[in-house]
Design a protein around this ligand. Structure first.
Ligand SMILES: Cc1cc2nc3c(=O)[nH]c(=O)nc-3n(C[C@H](O)[C@H](O)[C@H](O)COP(=O)(O)OP(=O)(O)OC[C@H]3O[C@@H](n4cnc5c(N)ncnc54)[C@H](O)[C@@H]3O)c2cc1C
Ligand code: SF4
Length: 446
């Protein structure tokens, strides 16, 4: 019989469905396993570790029994399957202009982490910081001061392992942690299983998570801008400047390369991560606080950075309420159902798209995670749309397509891709939104 380590290596890592969360590495009793950088983002190097059964149970790469996790963590299934279990939804931003401008959308995650730290509710925050240990890399780091948390503001759109930090927490200290959806689900399972370090995480915060890119996206971008290999990158910001921000890369020779967020989206079909394609959770449903961009014509016209803010636990709701009361956050109440209109496309991409993509992988003999949920309704037309999307990602991900991309100036591909994206969105909208408002998830028989 295969050991847990062999099963994870064969059925998850080698099968190409490891999300790089780091949970298995955190469970190596000998502490030899570690996450290593690969072209597919961080992946575990087990180094002969003898992992416990728990490593298999919590692995989000092989899948998560979401129905069981909702029940175990929240005590019930969601009333709204697009949003998950929640307390309240608001829109808003940090009232501190420095924090708001440092943040990816409204600086709400950063300000909440600062508040938790400065009010003594936690001793430190575990955040993800671009530029660590080198400008093109990003790592989870321990932030013990306001300045540390601010330095990690902004979204990092390449995969970063976070849970491998658990064995390095100081005993008896309380932490807040920023996680992506797969990591939050694994962390909650560790907490439910009584894992000591996981239980030191008192607050889990995270962004709404659509798509992330493999690290090669940046290499391709640099080549397309004719940056010679010897001209090293000195800094990278994914969302510099005014919301929604732009990619900004500085090089040793003094070049400053920028690309509007809506333009560098053209990298997505070529470099989208497998985790983005397989995960069904967009709104980060197992965080105490989930925050996304408030994409709406009203907020986009106002500018300045606006977030949609979803609390999911009573204790986090009390924290956000207190912050609003103290004038630290400027917020207004948002109708939960109406808030979903800001992200209809991505919600469908995750809830129905990921289900179809995972089914298609299995049909073609490839491994795919099992989440135990089936979206309903799922009309045939939705399958047809997904076939087109999947074909696009399949072709885009080939070496030839990526090479061709390097030769198309971004001034051409950026606006062209944006135009095509909007056309496709408009054309596929009736199919993608059909039945989305009433979507339910049916627990599948094992
Ligand atoms: C990969 C990814 C995809 C996203 N896709 C969407 C989308 O499709 N639609 C949408 O509305 N919003 C999306 N977001 C969320 C959005 O970019 C903002 O993060 C969110 O609005 C919070 O903004 P903020 O100003 O409150 O965050 P900030 O105040 O800037 O704080 C962000 C916090 O998140 C942490 N963080 C950043 N990147 C990561 C990461 N990769 N893993 C773990 N922690 C991280 C930082 O350390 C920081 O503490 C995505 C974010 C990420 C990381
Ligand atoms: S998804 Fe996470 S737990 Fe599973 S193999 Fe990958 S790093 Fe380990």
């Amino acid at each position: 019989m295969m050991t847990v380590t062999e099963k994870l290596q064969k059925d998850v890592v080698a099968a190409g469905i490891c999300t790089g969360c780091g949970a298995c590495v955190a469970l190596d009793p000998a502490g030899r396993a570690r996450m290593i950088d690969t072209p597919l983002g961080p992946q575990p190097d087990f180094a002969g570790a003898r992992l416990p059964d728990l490593a298999w149970q919590v692995c989000p790469g092989k899948g998560v029994d979401y129905a069981a996790l909702y029940r175990a963590h929240y005590g019930h299934l969601p009333d709204n399957w697009l949003l998950g279990c929640f307390q309240r939804v608001r829109t808003g931003h940090s009232a501190d202009e420095t924090v708001r401008r440092a943040g990816a959308s409204g600086g709400v995650l950063t300000h909440t982490l600062i508040y938790l730290l400065e009010s003594g509710l936690v001793d430190a925050a575990l955040v993800v910081r671009q530029g660590t240990p080198s400008p093109l890399q990003a790592r989870v780091v321990v932030a013990r001061t306001r300045a540390d948390i601010l330095a990690a503001a902004q979204s990092v759109y390449i995969p970063v392992a976070t849970l491998d930090i658990l064995p390095h927490l100081e005993p008896n200290k309380r932490y807040a942690m920023v996680c992506l959806p797969d990591q939050a689900a694994a962390l909650r399972q560790l907490q439910l299983a009584g894992h000591g370090a996981a239980q030191q995480i008192k607050f889990v915060l995270g962004p709404y998570t659509g798509t992330a890119l493999y690290p090669a996206a940046i290499t391709c971008f640099l080549r397309s801008r004719r940056v010679p290999p010897g001209d090293l990158v000195t800094s990278l910001k994914w969302r510099a400047g005014e919301w929604p921000g732009y990619l900004e890369i500085r090089t040793a020779a003094g070049r400053v390369l920028t690309s509007k967020k809506i333009y560098y989206n053209f990298l997505i079909p070529f470099f989208i991560t497998q985790n983005s394609l397989q995960n069904m959770d967009f709104t980060n449903e197992f965080c105490d606080l989930s925050v996304g961009d408030a994409w709406s014509p009203r907020f986009e016209a106002l500018g300045g950075g606006h977030s949609v803010i979803t609390t999911r636990s009573a204790v986090m709701e009390a924290v956000i309420n207190e912050m609003c009361h103290d004038g630290l956050l400027n917020t207004e109440p948002e109708d939960p159902a109406a808030s979903l209109a800001m992200h209809g496309h991505m919600l469908d991409f995750k809830k129905r798209g990921s289900y179809i993509r995972n089914r298609l992988r299995r049909k073609f003999g490839r491994a795919a995670p099992d989440y135990g949920l089936r979206p309903e309704p799922l009309p045939k037309s939705r399958w047809a749309v997904e076939l087109v999307v999947s074909l696009l990602f399949l072709v885009g991900g080939t070496r030839v397509a990526r090479k061709v991309l390097e030769w198309i100036p971004e001034s051409v591909i950026g606006p062209l891709f944006n135009r095509l994206r909007l056309l496709w969105k408009g054309w596929s909208k009736p199919v993608k939104r059909k039945g989305l408002g009433t979507l339910t998830m049916i627990a599948e028989e094992k």
